[in-house]
Design a protein around this ligand. Structure first.
Ligand SMILES: [Ca+2]
Ligand SMILES: [Ca+2]
Length: 364
């Protein structure tokens, strides 16, 4: 097999170094064009690829390289977040590929951020067009590690499915151009809302109930008539006088609150804190609350929330607290404080509910 040049009228072959061979190459390639339907625009197409060397130019079965490309994506694409496309390139032929270039015209929903590995790829974007050139050559029957193309997801279109295509080419024609373009359809998701379960007696992150005697993972006692009671609240075995715990919650209180409860009269303040991302919107605190003996105050970051009468330990209906005034919420740490008055004997708190918000950082 000889490597030898064709002239500009050939189909994708290299710089001439020998006139006579070049002429032979031209003759053979002209013959091919005749077979394919004559001269014309095909001739100019052929001259575009006339820079790289090519093997077996005298053999009619030209061109000789067969590249293919595979585009897919990894992970979720979320409006306002980042997404990663993977673009694989293979040489399926026995010929070495020269000047391998990948082009990806990004949908307006995406903005180019980066592409790797570099080397061997060198990628840059001009407007929405990302062009990656391969350093060196792509040997026969070789597949490259996929290009990792990272993009910013700008928005979520009304029709959330976006198709994006990438194509590969090299110097010279491709024996099978069909597989030189690969398209991937991405569905752009809305970012998930923030939701923090503030129910007493369950794990904040998982919602799984704890066991009696466990410390509650979020509610702490921050004020009590005896400073020795300040600290984590404990999941209590319900006192017979208490109404059953609200669905998805358990009674909590000082460690032995359900039995003798230390029997200390006074105000017990419980606190639970949660985080809101920068740029959050539409915050809502929605709680059902009861206490032994009764609820006297609820604050959110110092905002005093209305406390209706009721909320006693044996109330069938708890008091309902709903707050959605944005001025009562803040980025970063937020804390809810609930104060319980204890007349005597056992004391406890039972909360069911959550705080929700749209994650503004994620969604622009
Ligand atoms: Ca191909
Ligand atoms: Ca009591």
């Amino acid at each position: 097999m000889s490597i030898y040049p064709c002239d500009a009228d050939g189909s994708g072959c290299g710089e001439g170094s020998d006139d006579s061979e070049g002429r032979e190459g031209r003759e053979s390639s002209e013959g091919i064009k005749g077979d394919e339907g004559g001269e014309g625009s095909e001739g100019s197409e052929g001259s575009e690829g006339s820079e790289g060397p090519c093997t077996d130019c005298e053999i009619p079965e030209k061109p000789c390289v067969d590249l293919s490309i595979q585009k897919r994506h990894e992970g979720a694409f979320v409006a306002g977040g980042m997404g990663v496309f993977e673009i694989g390139v293979s040489n399926n032929s026995s010929a070495t590929a020269y000047g391998v270039t990948v082009t990806d015209v990004l949908d307006p929903m995406f903005t180019f951020v980066s592409a790797s590995p570099s080397p061997p790829w060198s990628c840059a974007a001009v407007g929405q067009t990302v062009t990656c050139t391969l350093a060196g050559t792509l040997p026969p029957f070789t597949s490259l590690a996929p290009i990792q193309l990272q993009v910013q997801v700008n928005d979520r279109p009304a029709t959330p499915k976006v198709e994006n295509c990438a194509s590969v080419r090299s110097k010279g024609d491709d024996v099978s151009p069909k597989d030189n373009t690969s398209c991937d359809v991405v569905e752009i998701d809305l970012c998930p809302p923030i939701e923090v379960d503030l129910s007493t007696g369950v794990d904040t992150a998982s919602g799984v109930p704890g066991s009696v005697g466990d410390q509650d993972d979020s509610w702490t006692i921050v004020a009590a008539p005896d400073s020795g009671l300040i600290g984590s609240s404990t999941i209590l075995s319900p006192h017979p006088n208490w109404s059953p715990a609200l669905p998805g919650s358990q009674w909590v209180g000082p460690a032995d609150g359900a039995t003798d409860g230390d029997g200390i009269a006074g105000f017990y303040t419980y606190e639970s804190c949660f985080n809101l991302a920068q740029g959050f919107t539409a915050p809502t605190l929605d709680l059902s609350v009861r206490g032994d003996n009764r609820i006297t105050a609820i604050t959110l970051n110092g905002c005093a929330l209305p406390v209706p009468s009721g909320g006693e330990y044996d109330s069938v209906t708890p008091i309902q607290v709903q707050e959605n005034s944005p001025s009562c919420f803040q980025p970063g740490t937020n804390c809810v404080d609930i104060t319980v008055w204890n007349d005597e004997g056992p004391t406890s708190l039972n909360v069911a509910g959550s705080v929700t918000a749209e994650d503004g950082q994620c969604c622009r």
